[in-house]
Ligand binder design. Structure first.
Ligand SMILES: O=C(O)C(=O)C[C@]1(C(=O)O)C=C[C@@H](O)C=C1
Length: 404
């Protein structure tokens, strides 16, 4: 598969935070009200560089996002599209930055990179491991990694990758993922015998594919599937990818909204080499991600971690419990099942070392890593845990972006 670098110009829409949305009609209505966003960002920017709605700054963002403002309903569906005036929490447009992503141009990861940093140049990579190695080795400035989805939970395989590198999380991006069924021009749905896509996309569309009664074949990424279809002129095969990929590669869209759940959001993390290039003001809505390795034996440690945060009134936004010492995948599931989690220990003097931990917690909390309450909570956890590594501190962004 020949991957080429691309420069994307995207219209960006903002969906309301998940807490304000209802789960209703499972079918996806493609109509989008493009109000103000052009090329991923418009000329109007709030003074603090945070996302605004319709340029009037009515919408709370970056973790707050509770206010419903300037909402527009589309076709009676519960999807709400709002324009945003800047990309990337913290107002960093990313001009001059190179961001590595897995996949061919048009992959969802590329959209996420462009959402985070609208001005960046995206660099396609064959695998997530290549994207992380590229930023680690200094070939690019950032890498983008999907880490969880509303339908599948934590992408353990990608967490495994992240933890093996000395990288820091600098931004989070929630992307609404619309899946379409794409085929060569003129091909009809009844002629499709096989569907190819990224394994996650195939999993997210399991029921729809079962209804179609087609064979499924995993490939490296959604846009790569489209590229494969196009370059081999496959007439009995369709691909699951975004409407944007259909445009880029000139394919027909046979069906929209293939995902089994109407609410399908993937969370991505933007990664950089340390030290973090992001400096958050003391009063910013921030999040801190960390990994806690412990001795296992009981679930008491989970209660102790919860108490370290709750006693300081710190809210957690993620807690994933991995117990992988039973050889059978107990607790961990996914790619990491049965194997200890390998974490690069950067805390010791000398060269960072890769250490194996069977019992691990992935924790995201509200608050910055330099907030005394968060610092104290981490200190308390360090007293009973084997090891704590802070993965990054970044602006909290509870918005869900919708790119088409
Ligand atoms: O294949 C792509 O387009 C990707 O960006 C990868 C990926 C993933 O790994 O989860 C990203 C978002 C969607 O959930 C489907 C696939």
């Amino acid at each position: 598969m020949a991957y080429t670098s691309s420069s994307l110009h995207l219209h960006k829409h903002l969906l309301l935070p998940k807490t304000t949305r209802r789960h209703t009609n499972p079918s996806f209505v493609a109509a989008a009200a493009k109000i103000n966003g052009v090329n991923g960002h418009s000329s109007k920017k709030s003074p603090n560089g945070k996302a605004q709605i319709n340029g009037d700054g009515k919408k709370g963002v970056n973790g707050s996002g509770r206010k419903k403002a300037a909402a527009q309903h589309i076709n009676g569906n519960d999807r709400i599209h709002l324009s945003v005036s800047t990309g990337g929490a913290g107002g960093q447009d990313g001009f001059g930055l190179r961001v590595a992503f897995q996949g061919a141009p048009g992959a969802y990861s590329e959209f996420a990179a462009k959402t985070a940093l609208p001005g960046c140049d995206t660099v396609p990579c064959r695998a997530f491991a290549d994207a992380l190695a590229a930023v680690d080795g200094g070939a690019v400035d950032r890498a983008i990694l999907p880490v969880e989805s509303t339908m599948e939970g934590t992408a353990l395989r990608n967490y495994d990758l992240l933890l093996r590198h000395d990288l820091v999380v600098v931004q989070e991006i929630n992307l609404f993922v619309h899946y379409c069924l794409l085929a060569m021009p003129g091909v009809r749905a009844a002629e499709v015998r096989r569907v190819i896509s990224h394994p996650m996309a195939l999993a997210h569309c399991g029921r729809a594919l079962a209804r179609l009664g087609v064979d499924r074949e995993p490939v490296e990424d959604t846009a790569g599937a489209v590229e494969m279809l196009r370059s081999n002129r496959m007439l009995d095969t369709a691909a699951i990818a975004s409407p944007r990929a259909a445009d880029l590669y000139g394919l027909d869209v046979l069906a929209h909204g293939l995902q089994d759940e109407s609410w399908n959001v993937t969370r991505f993390l933007l990664l950089s080499k340390p030290p973090s290039p992001v400096t958050l003001p003391m009063d910013a809505d921030a999040k801190t991600s960390m990994v806690v390795a412990h001795r296992g034996g009981s679930m008491m440690v989970v209660l102790k971690v919860l108490s370290a945060f709750s006693s300081r009134n710190i809210n957690l936004t993620k807690l994933e419990v991995i117990n992988n010492n039973d050889g059978g995948g107990g607790g961990g599931g996914g790619a990491a099942a049965g194997h200890p989690v390998m974490i690069l220990d950067t805390s010791a003097r000398g060269a960072p070392t890769l250490r194996a931990f069977p019992h691990v917690l992935y924790v995201d909390c509200e608050g910055a890593s330099h907030d005394p309450r968060v610092l104290d909570a981490i200190k308390e956890i360090e007293r009973f845990a084997v090891f704590v590594r802070v993965l990054g501190c970044y602006a909290a962004d509870s918005n869900v972006y919708d790119l088409q």
